[in-house]
Design a protein around this ligand. Structure first.
Ligand code: ATP
Ligand code: MG
Length: 636
């Protein structure tokens, strides 16, 4: 069966399709129905089935591969390296689960995990899964305000945290931020479990704070049986990146998620038991949940948990890890590749990466020049994949476990099985034809693994996702896309990133793609800015591979002209940015997405909006400086 037929089957007969995929995991009790879609757009999968994510990721492998590596922890920040076999991971998770039970955590209770990329974070996630508690992982880079909002939203019984993380060789204390967040929050968690890495001293709140090391000792021989959960119970909540506004609390189930991940590991990532998977994301994001923690282990693979950046101790570190651990499947983000693009390309070939069957990239558009750069430099297949926190696994990509559909630079591929992807006209809701732009939408029911609802807010779920396209109760991704005659999709940007220049609708992504084709450009962002004459004009912000190339104003002008001419040539003068500004860093979310809405707001003299997820606030100052009129010359 080829991908088209496989996809057709999943849409025409989701029940038989997903019943077959469900056999990829263990069920304690079989489900009585595959799908309950009586209350659209809400979908429930594998009704009455009982299973457990921790059992499927760990326990079930004990019989066949207890001594195989399961979790490989590498920190280039602290120099630590530890490998846990499945049996060892099983022990640690039970000890963590026993601690949680002692601290009063029960089925359905929330546990907020605010930890750096250390093994205890993985233990804590699995411990929750094991006892039926709901985890809410908050990215370790967030400060007290973001953390406080999430504490109030999740109302956790327990917070698991650490003294500190480390980034770029600098210790980042966590505990003061946590204490501040709890002080700010209305909800007060009853207990805090502290992992002390010995990186930073911290204050303890008597009666509330507990030390992990001591409790772990008292639970040396802990045996905590798996709590079997009905498939539709909640496994976790997780926030979207906040690129377009206030982050949304995505709520996910147990059985559907386990099946979806197991299926994706087989059909899309093609990982085999005993092999090693390396995902360089962070457990604070959905990619980390699905493809650092749950997916690889469900598939019986070892997973690498990497604390560090792609450029320390040098820009070859990711490939060094591939070589050392014979990684067969790797997952990273275009933003990491763009970071490497500013470094010596020789790093790409310094290590033996021949074990790598494919490098998957997701999170932001993978422009063709960047895709080519990494594909040529590494000499390994690059596979773009498009999805969202909401969906939990890829919507668009290729599935080399099904057939060998070739990848195409600039395109994340084709609709994955289970996703009835439609391109719709934003105003009429009608399907658009090939080579016409439309909103990327998904007809209900969303397949297993996708969000069940917005945490504690069914109304927001329906209103936000299923009510934006007139006359159609379909899920909107809020991204623009286009399909070519061969069925390949291209993502053109967010629906709010389309600009209208004198009546021409342009995706900012297309303009960015042409700017990126210029050899001097490392990355760029284009936004639409209100213009009294043309409605909107495009404004570009460019990071050069070598910033010193524009030290002199005359050089800046020359390069700006050259870049404008590049856009003219590729897209036409109508798409030409009215200005090209040179900056050394773009404002991004902590998950590496360009905050175009904030850039646009500054260009239009407005407030940059919700900045709780921003990586480096100073990046906005550069934008602000670039677009504000130069100070008047002093009068003599
Ligand atoms: P928020 O929803 O809070 O504004 P966000 O959409 O950035 O934040 P995520 O769920 O982390 O939160 O990101 C999903 C979005 O990332 C997609 O909707 C899309 O815009 C973009 N994206 C992800 N992968 C790709 C890809 N391969 N190609 C193009 N865009 C991608
Ligand atoms: Mg989104």
């Amino acid at each position: 069966m080829d991908l088209t037929a496989f996809h057709r089957w999943s849409i025409d007969d989701p029940e038989s399709f997903w019943a077959e995929q469900a056999a990829l995991i263990d069920w304690h009790q079989p489900f009585t129905r595959v799908l309950d879609h009586r209350h659209p757009p809400f979908a429930r999968w594998f009704i009455d089935g009982q299973t457990n994510l921790c059992h499927n990721a760990i326990d079930r492998h004990l019989a066949t591969q207890p001594d195989q590596p399961a979790l490989i922890f590498v920190s280039t920040e602290t120099g630590e390296e530890r490998t846990y076999s499945f049996a060892q991971l099983h022990r640690e998770v039970q000890r963590m689960a026993a601690i949680m039970l002692t601290l009063g955590v029960g089925r359905g209770d929330r546990v907020l995990i605010y930890l750096p990329m250390i093994p205890e974070a993985v233990f804590a996630m699995f411990a929750c899964a094991r006892i039926g508690a709901i985890h809410s992982v908050v990215f370790g880079g967030f400060a007290s305000h973001s953390l406080a909002t999430r504490i109030d939203d999740a109302e956790p019984v327990l917070v698991v945290s650490a003294d500190a993380g480390s980034r770029g060789g600098k210790v980042v204390p966590y505990k003061p931020l946590l204490d501040e967040a709890i002080a700010l929050a209305a909800h007060k968690p009853a207990a805090v479990l502290m992992v002390d890495r010995g990186l930073a001293a911290f204050d303890r709140v008597a009666g509330r704070d507990h030390g992990y090391a001591a409790l772990r000792e008292t639970h040396r021989e802990a045996q905590v049986p798996v709590t079997w959960l009905e498939s539709n119970e909640i496994s976790y909540t997780l926030y979207t990146s906040g690129t377009t506004g206030k982050p949304k609390g995505v709520q996910r189930d147990v059985g559907g998620y386990a099946v979806a991940l197991a299926a994706s590991m087989k059909h899309i990532f093609c990982g085999k038991p005993g092999e090693t998977y390396f995902c360089s994301s962070d457990i604070g994001w959905v990619v980390g949940h699905s493809y650092i923690v749950y997916g690889p282990l469900i598939a019986g693979m070892a997973t690498i948990l990497y604390e560090g950046t792609p450029v320390r101790p040098d820009a070859g570190i990711l490939w060094k890890l591939v070589e050392q651990h014979r990684v067969s499947v790797m997952f990273s983000a275009p933003t990491a590749i763009r970071v490497l693009k500013k470094q010596d390309p020789a790093y790409l070939t310094r290590h033996d990466t021949s074990s790598l069957r494919a490098l998957f990239l997701a999170g932001e558009p993978l422009d063709e020049p960047t895709a080519r750069w990494i594909a040529d430099g590494l000499g390994r297949p690059i596979i773009d994949n498009y999805w969202q926190t909401e969906t939990g696994w890829p919507i668009l990509t290729v599935a080399h476990g099904i057939d060998k559909t070739p990848t195409r630079f600039g395109s994340p591929g084709m609709p994955m099985y289970g996703f009835d992807v439609q391109l719709l006209h934003e105003q009429t809701g009608e399907a658009v034809g090939n080579n016409e732009k439309g909103v990327v939408a998904i007809a209900a029911p969303l397949p297993p693994g996708c969000l069940q609802t917005v945490w504690r807010d069914d109304e927001r779920f329906v209103k936000t996702y299923f009510s934006s396209i007139p006359g159609r109760q379909v899920y909107s991704t809020f991204d623009w896309g286009i399909r070519d005659d061969d069925g390949y999709y291209f993502i053109l940007g967010r629906t709010d990133d389309v600009i209208n220049v004198a009546g021409h609708r342009l995706g900012t992504r297309e303009i960015e793609e042409s700017l990126s084709s210029h050899a001097a450009v490392a990355e760029c962002a284009v936004v639409g800015v209100a213009d009294s004459l043309k409605g909107q004009v495009a404004m570009a912000f460019v990071v050069l591979r070598d910033a010193s190339a524009v030290d002199l104003p005359a050089e800046r002008l020359r390069l700006e002209g050259e870049l404008m001419a590049t856009v003219d040539r590729r897209l036409g003068a109508v798409a030409r940015p009215s200005r090209v500004h040179f900056v050394t860093v773009l404002p991004k979310t902590r998950s590496g997405k360009v905050l175009r809405r904030s850039i646009q707001a500054l260009c239009e003299g407005r407030d940059p909006g919700d900045l709780t997820t921003i990586e480096d606030p100073a990046a906005l100052d550069q934008v602000r400086a670039a677009v504000s009129p130069p100070p008047a010359a002093p009068r003599s």
